[in-house]
Design a protein around this ligand. Structure first.
Ligand code: GTP
Ligand code: MG
Length: 356
């Protein structure tokens, strides 16, 4: 081999080695970045359902989770750009947007009447100006009610969670327990869903995960006795708040609703302890959730609604229907399956998140 050829080969080997090292460094930096961002699985949300996965570092922004409802609204409202005047078709587009977002017929028609009056008073002529007007209208419509969760001034606080099967009661309890613990109030979870052994197991699993205490009874035990035991244990165990998980039930089953009333009565034996009866509604069920809410409100005097699964639905407008038609404040919204995916309901933030 000639010395020139050997030199060329040597240089070639150095260049190739350099390129490989650079590629390796680049890949490891990318891997580190992904890890810092929560990993590729967290980025896709594929693992969110598994209780063993660490929670995201910050509470989620409502805006990031309301994409489906926002897309639905903006599809219909986007049609307003095609109109030269505020004619019937323009109003139809606004109506369609609200109905598709599941605001409901009655509430939509009231909002439209108010919007018409507002547009006339403000002498609005450009259809696109209806959008900011609608935003204002929605925020005003939601303004007013007390959305805070109350604590007993002395002694343990009890919050009771009710709702039909699978709406997210147990998950919401875990998320709230985590929040209470972070705020310095140890949480005790009462497994008053005694219909299925798996229900108490699920609650216990969540309790371990979020650092809460738990009281459970035998499968088939009287749910009221579990509440009684939990409230008795709360003081001794230093719990600041007792969160009562109840079995999912059909709002149409009379005996089940009677049992819920009994649970409520037992919680009320300690004066002032029962501070909240929270009805958990799955937003993906849309207007159906309204019917459930009416029945539960009649049976157990609901103090607030937790609207779950807002992340997976285009029916976020149901918030307006619940508040207007039932006069029960939406206090919290669930926007995912991880422990931090629960946010206090803030009308301004909510409405801002609905508009592109
Ligand atoms: N995407 C999403 N899923 C949720 C949310 N809240 C709960 N879930 C999921 O909904 C499913 C049912 O939740 P559970 O907490 O078991 O509901 P439950 O009301 O206790 O159900 P029962 O005890 O059977 O009545 C689970 O897969 C949860 O991860 C939410 O805000 N967003
Ligand atoms: Mg449950």
């Amino acid at each position: 081999m000639s010395p020139t050829l050997a030199a060329v080969l040597l240089i070639g080997i150095f260049v190739l080695a350099g390129a490989l090292i650079a590629l390796g460094l680049g890949l490891s930096r990318r891997a580190r970045r992904l890890e810092e961002a929560g990993g590729p699985a967290a980025a896709t949300g594929a693992d969110a359902a598994s209780p063993s996965v660490a929670a995201p570092p910050r509470p989620p922004a409502l805006r990031d989770r309301l994409g489906k409802t926002r897309a639905t609204l903006s599809r219909s409202l986007g049609a307003l750009t095609g109109h030269r005047a505020i004619d019937d078709e323009a109003w139809d587009s606004v109506e369609e947007a609200l109905l598709l977002a599941d605001v409901g017929v009655a509430t939509t028609s009231r909002l439209l009447d108010d919007l018409r009056a507002r547009a006339a008073a403000d002498r609005i002529g450009d259809p696109e100006q209806l959008v900011p007007l609608l935003r204002e209208e929605l925020v005003e419509d939601l303004a007013g009610p007390d959305r805070s969760l109350h604590h007993a001034p002395d002694g343990p606080t009890v919050w009771l969670f009710v709702g039909v099967n699978g709406t997210g009661k147990t998950t919401t309890i875990a998320k709230l327990a985590r929040r209470e613990i972070d705020d310095g109030r140890p949480a005790l979870l009462a497994a008053a869903d005694t219909f299925r052994a798996a229900a108490a197991d699920q609650l216990t699993h969540w309790a371990d995960r979020v650092g809460a205490d738990v009281v459970r009874g035998q499968e088939g035990a009287d749910p009221g006795s579990v509440v009684f035991d939990a409230m008795n244990a709360a003081g001794g165990r230093g719990a600041g708040v007792v969160l009562v998980d109840t079995a999912g039930r059909m709002h149409t089953k009379v005996n089940l609703m009677e049992e819920l009333k009994k649970v409520r009565r037992i919680a009320e034996r300690t004066p002032g302890a029962l501070q909240e009866v929270l009805l958990v509604i799955d937003a993906t069920t849309g207007q159906n959730g309204l019917t459930q809410a009416t029945q539960f409100a009649d049976a157990v005097d609901v103090t607030g609604v937790v609207l779950t699964k807002l992340d997976g639905t285009s029916k976020g407008g149901i918030v307006l229907a619940i508040e207007a038609e039932l006069d029960i404040p939406v206090k919290l919204v669930g926007v995912g399956e991880a422990p931090d995916d629960l946010v206090p309901f803030d009308p301004e933030e909510f409405v801002a998140a609905l508009f592109a």
